[in-house]
Write a protein that binds this ligand. Structure first.
Ligand code: SF4
Length: 898
């Protein structure tokens, strides 16, 4: 056998950045072979990264399980046929050229993503706006934080987050508004939690009692949509109690009187605020008092604020209170927008939103249009902003966009009114999709598929929520023929005839140009300034340390906080109070079966699951689409926990999921997750229930608001089917969800009509069964099929879902081994007496199930620490601790806070 020579430097893990949420954790990563060779972990937290100092949440810690998948897109495809790159790019270029010639540049649209690296984003923006000449370039960041962007611009004159993560720890009062950080920014939540100390207070403003509320000294379960009222009321309280920093306001701000007058119109005394927000007076006054008396206050806000028709106003209502108290950009004192995606901020920097031009310059920024045109050397720059996301797809639907290029995102699932989005894409003459994933609801509608490099395969930078630019570095060989997005775009730019403008040789060269553009006419007018990096060498770019912008010659190490000196990016350098009025709240939902809808994320999944689903342990936490409802609502509607229900809205949108009794829900409201797509379930798209109405300023959809009716599915049978991955489907069911496992697919099924199992069993198992067990009186049917000694399928049917056994052991038998006699005997009971049914996984880090936890609690483990000692659960990333506490409380034992 030949000896393999390994260079020891190849064994060192590479420093890169997590591609999921906006926390932007540093990751140490190595290819799998290093793990096999020397046994080190392929992925761990980077102790030297300022965002996480070595921590990772379970999603980050599972990254190595999601790379190099068979389901990566490997080769370019045109109308389904594999082609070479030359042919694919000819097709792309030809379609764009033809659309430009016959319909004008505005007939080409781009829909980008916060998953792209800044270099990719920069080249996309330059190609689209600068050389194709279309303004219609928007990004999925529109769905995430465009309201915060608009609020920043209105108040500060620029889209700037003034604080840094350290402020979340330094704050003596931490207000978390519309933000389930425990699940959506887990490492930041761990930092906030670790910073707990006597005297530090936390207020959580959220209609739901989420896992984050575990940290709260005060949880304000406000009526959905009443945030503006709450913060307007706070502004009035600050003014009426002498808590406004008059000297700071008069030295650094404009518009205080108008904002206060406007706040007084809608938010008056705490009694009225309490009534409108559905809180007690005591809760409102406590919050207001705490805010007024705590100089070190941070208000961190996220999608619960942004995803609203009044998202921009909500953001400004928060910022107004911080301006009034002079708490902006100071240690432990700032408003703080928590970004959803890993590079939403990088996209904002380059101008990836349709209403911006480039490098924090807007179309109407004086002198910007001419300066950018000259910098790029183009005369094709559009004159005015383009369509924002929802409008862009409307334009596609109307037939105005002839070529739509979607990069690294899944709008067929994530945009509101998803059926109409699919219709729009189906109507579009040319849909180009660049992605690293082959099968998504969006790639299914593409005419041209371009394989893009995924995480671990690509090089570039990302910017997290605290303005920190970090490198993503490649440590894996690209899948198939996948190319970097910036390279694909640059090649198209060159083929369109703009050779000189698109001739970079490396992402470092793109970054240098991006940094240079940030300095254009920027003599302090814009905080976004990378002048300190515009001449960065390739070597220095390779070694670039995480640094918060602005990065200039004067501040080469970046800047933690901005605006603390009271100088803002407005023309006169003063911040602007924005008068905001609370919109009237729709309180007319109360009629039997009709509920107010809220949507959001789960702990272990990311966006539309295209990558996180590849790590089976991440699927176990919430394997199916679900509907959270208050137990009293369930009783009133005669629905039991675990039943399947269908939510419907007036436009015909439908969502089917399994009911969870959730006491943290407000009555009359339901919550559904955003992650499931048609790749995994039949009718489980939250976006199908969302109307395409948007904030008039930011264009952000009202994704957390809808009215739905709740109807039990009334299934006659429930089943679990396990088949090898990718096995063909010859069956139909009224409800199905596919849960990928390590070696098979596990299907959750239900039907409203009786099924003749005996007659149709070959459809379900893909052939005749070898073992069958039926009890028609009890409504149970079980069958298994074995091929060449290996398990090929198992079907378990019962009248009630709760009567079905756990299938973890069965799933483990699909690993290709020949079944033993003992295993064959256990197939139809789904039980190997030697293994334990652990129930749904609560702790994904250690695979601890709810049944194990319940047993440990029964045996006396009455604290989170005791559970951790016994089962290890909750001792790594800590994301499951709120669920452990809930399990302890549910069983009547007290939980000692950790
Ligand atoms: S907190 Fe966010 S960035 Fe950090 S590891 Fe988890 S998903 Fe990745």
């Amino acid at each position: 056998m030949d000896a393999i020579t390994v260079n020891t430097s190849d064994l060192l893990p590479l420093r890169t950045t997590c591609p999921y949420c906006g926390v932007g954790c540093g990751v140490l990563a190595s290819p799998d072979w290093v793990e096999r060779t020397v046994g080190c972990r392929p992925v761990s937290g980077d102790p030297a990264h300022p965002a996480n100092t070595g921590r990772l949440c379970v999603k980050g810690a599972s990254l190595h399980e999601t790379t190099g998948s068979d389901s990566n897109l490997r080769f370019p495809r045109v109308l389904g046929a594999r082609v070479n790159w030359n042919r694919a790019l000819d097709e792309v270029t030809g379609a764009i050229r033809e659309a430009m010639e016959h319909h004008g540049p505005g007939s080409v649209g781009f829909y980008l993503s916060g998953q792209l690296l800044t270099e990719d984003y920069y080249v996309a923006n330059k190609l689209a706006k600068g050389f194709i000449g279309t303004p219609h370039v928007d990004t999925n960041s529109r769905l995430c934080m465009s309201s915060a962007v608009a609020a920043h611009k209105r108040a500060f004159g620029e889209d700037v987050v003034p604080g840094c993560y350290e402020d979340l720890e330094l704050a003596d009062l931490l207000v978390l508004a519309g933000s389930n950080t425990a699940w959506n920014h887990p490492v930041l939540y761990q930092r906030m939690k670790a910073a707990d100390r006597p005297g530090r207070r936390v207020v959580v403003v959220d209609p739901r009692r989420t896992a984050t509320a575990e940290l709260a000294d005060l949880h304000l379960a406000i009526r959905p949509g009443s945030d503006t009222l709450l913060f307007n009321g706070l502004l009035v309280w600050l003014a009426d109690t002498g808590a406004v920093d008059d000297a700071w306001v008069s030295a650094h701000c404009n518009g205080f009187d108008d904002a206060l007058a406007s706040a007084r119109v809608s938010a008056f005394a705490p009694q009225k605020v309490a009534e409108a927000c559905d809180l007690t007076v005591d809760e409102v006054v406590t919050f207001y008092r705490w805010f007024a008396e705590t100089p070190r206050s941070v208000t961190a806000f996220s999608q619960g604020i942004n995803q609203s028709v009044a998202g921009t106003d909500k953001g400004n209502a928060i910022i107004n209170c911080h301006l009034a108290t002079g708490r902006v950009g100071k240690p432990g004192a700032s408003p703080f927008s928590l970004t959803g995606q890993p590079n939403a901020m990088g996209g904002r920097e380059v101008g990836g939103l349709a209403n911006t031009l480039a490098a924090h310059m807007d179309y109407d920024t004086p002198g910007a249009w001419g300066a950018v045109a000259e910098f790029w050397g183009t005369d094709r720059l559009p004159q005015a902003p383009g369509h924002k996301a929802v409008d862009l797809f409307d334009a596609v639907h109307r037939g105005e966009i002839k070529v739509l290029w979607i990069m690294g995102t899944n709008p067929a699932v994530s945009l509101p009114d998803s059926e109409r989005i699919r219709e729009a894409m189906a109507r579009c003459p040319m849909v180009i999709v660049s992605d690293c994933v082959s099968h998504t609801d969006t790639t299914a509608l593409a005419d041209i598929l371009l394989p893009a490099r995924g995480w671990g395969e690509k090089e570039g930078t990302v910017t997290n929520s605290e303005r920190c630019i970090s490198r993503q570095r490649a440590f894996l060989r690209p899948t198939g023929e996948a190319r970097a997005d910036w390279q694909i775009l640059a090649e198209v730019g060159q083929r369109l005839g703009y050779r000189e403008a698109f001739q970079w040789r490396s992402p470092a060269a793109v970054f240098r140009e991006h940094a240079r553009l940030s300095t254009l006419d920027n003599h302090g007018s814009r905080q976004f300034n990378l002048s300190g990096l515009m001449d960065i060498t390739d070597e220095a770019y390779d070694l670039l340390e995480p640094t918060r912008w602005p990065i200039t010659a004067r501040q080469p190490g970046g800047s933690r906080r901005l605006f603390g000196d009271g100088r803002f990016s407005t023309p006169d350098g003063r911040a602007r109070f924005i008068p905001v009025r609370a919109t009237a709240l729709d309180q007319t939902v109360a009629r039997p079966g009709r509920m107010r809808l809220n949507t959001g994320r789960t702990r272990d999944q990311w966006h539309t699951m295209t990558r996180t689903v590849r790590a089976p342990r991440l699927v176990q936490h919430r394997p199916e689409p679900f509907v959270d409802m208050h137990p009293d609502d369930l009783s009133a509607l005669g629905i039991t926990e675990g039943e399947l229900v269908t939510l419907g809205n007036e436009r015909g949108g439908l969502f089917t999921g399994r009911v969870r009794a959730e006491p943290g829900q407000r009555q009359g409201e339901v919550f559904v997750p955003i992650h499931w797509s048609h790749q995994f379930t039949g009718r489980g798209l939250a976006s199908a229930l969302i109307s395409p109405v948007t904030d008039p300023i930011s264009g952000q959809p009202d994704s957390k608001n809808g009215l739905v009716t709740v109807t039990p599915l009334s299934a006659r049978w429930h089943a679990r089917l396990l088949r090898p991955r990718g096995a063909s489907r010859g069956w139909q069911a009224d409800y199905h969800t596919r849960v990928p496992q390590d070696h098979c697919d596990s299907w959750y099924l239900a039907g409203k009509q009786p099924e003749d199992w005996h007659r149709n069993i070959t459809r379900w198992l893909g052939g005749a069964p070898d073992l069958v067990l039926e009890d028609s009186a009890a409504g149970t049917f079980r069958a298994a099929r074995i091929r060449h000694g290996q398990l090929d399928g198992v079907l378990l049917v019962a009248r009630e879902a709760s009567h079905l056994p756990g299938t973890a052991w069965l799933a483990s038998l699909f690993d290709g081994r020949e079944l033993s006699r003992h295993e064959r005997r256990g197939l139809l009971s789904a039980r190997n007496v030697e293994t334990e049914d652990i129930g749904a996984v609560v702790c994904s880090c250690f695979g601890t199930g709810e049944k194990q936890i319940a047993a440990a609690i029964r045996a006396g483990a009455g604290t989170v620490e005791a559970l951790g000692e016994k089962l290890r659960c909750g001792t790594n990333c800590g994301s499951c601790i709120p669920e452990l506490k809930a399990a302890i409380e549910k069983r009547g034992l007290s939980s000692v806070p950790v």
